[in-house]
Design a protein around this ligand. Structure first.
Ligand SMILES: Cc1cc2nc3c(=O)[nH]c(=O)nc-3n(C[C@H](O)[C@H](O)[C@H](O)COP(=O)(O)OP(=O)(O)OC[C@H]3O[C@@H](n4cnc5c(N)ncnc54)[C@H](O)[C@@H]3O)c2cc1C
Length: 437
């Protein structure tokens, strides 16, 4: 193995999470580099659909040392605005980003991590995986049964309704992505059937304030991973049914039903050209209503205890989700009713380049709040409920990166031999990091 360029810490990925970590390491004078396969904010540039707006308000994208300063704190950014925001952050913190540099392999050799890229190798004492939680669209196994003649795509391929054939669309999945795309596609004149599994319902605005404002103020988003009864389950909870629009509309199943979207149960199988839906729609909706009302109860309790009642509207509840008496359990794909299936069934990270024994049998990284114990000096950022409920949001990166940067610093301070030579505080950030091993 040839010599690589030497640096204390390699950060993989220049999304907001990798940049937040860069800023935290800079504050601690840890010599580091950020390797990015595309440009800064690559995911927002290349993997999102045209009409997407953040579902978190502008004020809520707070990065270490950087916050929204415009005149529309309650608005929701377009994709180009998100890219501009993250780009501006990278410039403001002078992040040492190597763009167009794809990490192709990460392995461990003695005290050093070997980071292979398509532009040469790096050797580092520690690594931070900030490559994102949503690199690959998850498609369920049942998709193998889709007959020829039906087009399929995922939200990573989808840009706008114009790319779809005329005719009906089956959208599978009713979390934030599924409901937003069902709404847009149905409004384009293509009838939509929405297959609904477990989902999280929420009003956009509650008692006159954005639901994110309430969750932020009431501390719901700050709940820690080590205070939750079932963190494994909490890390799988789907995203909230929310959309960011200027009219601040609530986009739930009732709103979709009102415009003519057909609701069906979760997709249980596809056999002989027929889709089979589960009979759980009513239960799934009742459960989502129950959980939403529990969240609103928590918010009301907080409002009472903190005496904000004078500043907000009185408590109210949404109508229960309306479900047909007996929603159909089958759909014949040969009937011509459906031309396209859109799998809005979640995302997952891509660790195909990771040559470390740190994955469980499902291919997920084994970590404790982002600390990868099986690979000392390795950290992961940006995963769902990594350290806090808000960990996968832009707003969650600051506190997580700060915590993990502290841990990384103590790892460097405690490590031995040559590692100490480039430990925190001993090499100025962005010093001559190109020294050969
Ligand atoms: C559809 C959608 C909507 C969302 N809406 C919101 C929202 O409204 N508000 C909010 O706060 N959050 C939202 N999120 C969640 C979250 O903010 C994003 O997933 C965010 O992109 C995660 O940031 P990150 O920095 O962890 O990862 P990313 O932004 O994905 O950054 C990871 C970076 O790593 C790079 N990379 C990956 N692999 C490699 C490699 N092998 N070598 C080099 N570079 C690599 C990628 O190119 C990318 O630039 C949304 C997510 C999705 C998918």
């Amino acid at each position: 193995m040839g010599a690589g360029r030497k640096v204390t810490t390699v950060i993989v990925g220049a999304g907001h999470a990798g940049l937040a970590m860069s800023r935290c390491l800079a504050e601690r004078t840890v010599d580091h580099i950020v390797l990015e396969r595309g440009g800064v904010a690559n995911s927002w540039r290349t993997e999102r659909w045209d009409s997407l707006h953040l579902l978190t308000p502008n004020w809520q994208s707070r990065l270490p040392g950087f916050a929204y300063e415009g005149d529309d704190p309650d608005g929701y950014r377009t994709m180009s605005e998100v890219v501009a925001f993250i780009d501006a952050y990278a410039r403001a913190i002078s992040a040492p980003v190597e763009t167009n540099t794809r990490v192709t392999s990460l392995s461990h050799d003695g005290d050093w991590y070997r980071v292979e890229t398509d532009r040469g190798a790096w050797d580092s004492r520690s690594v931070v995986l900030a490559n994102g939680a949503c690199n690959i669209a998850h498609i369920p196994r049942v998709a193998e049964g889709v007959p020829a003649g039906i087009a399929t795509l995922t939200p990573m391929d989808y840009r706008n309704p114009g790319q779809l054939a005329e005719g009906g669309v089956l959208v599978v999945g009713a979390s934030a992505t599924g409901i937003q795309l069902a709404d847009e596609i149905h409004r384009s004149g293509r009838p939509v059937i929405l297959s609904v599994g477990e989902h999280v319902r929420a009003p956009r605005v509650y008692r006159g304030k954005d639901i994110q404002w309430w969750m932020d103020k009431a501390g719901v988003l700050d709940e820690r991973y080590d205070e939750i009864d079932d963190i494994v389950r909490a890390r799988k909870v789907p995203s909230m049914q929310l959309v960011g629009t200027s009219d601040r509309k609530t986009l739930d199943l009732n709103a979709l039903r009102d415009i003519g979207v057909t609701l069906r149960g979760s997709l249980a199988g596809i056999r002989d050209g027929k889709v089979l839906f589960s009979g759980s729609l009513r239960n799934q909706c009742a459960l989502a209503d129950l959980k939403m009302n529990r969240l609103l109860d928590t918010i009301d309790d907080w409002a009472r205890e903190n005496e904000v009642a004078g500043e907000v509207d009185p408590p109210h509840r949404l109508e229960p989700t309306v479900v047909d008496d007996a929603p159909a359990l089958g759909l014949d794909l040969a009937s011509g009713e459906i031309k396209t299936i859109l799998w809005a069934t979640g995302y997952r990270p891509d660790y195909s380049w990771l040559n470390l024994p740190v994955l469980d049998r499902k291919g997920q990284i084994i970590h404790d709040g982002g600390i990868i114990a099986k690979a000392p000096g390795a950290y992961v950022l940006g995963l769902q409920f990594l350290r806090r409920r808000k960990s996968s949001l832009i707003d969650g990166a600051a506190s997580d990166a700060n915590d993990l940067a502290d841990h990384l610093l103590s790892f460097l301070a405690g490590s031995s031999g040559s590692a100490r030579g480039i430990a925190a505080g001993q090499v100025a950030w962005r010093s001559s990091i190109l020294e050969q091993r």
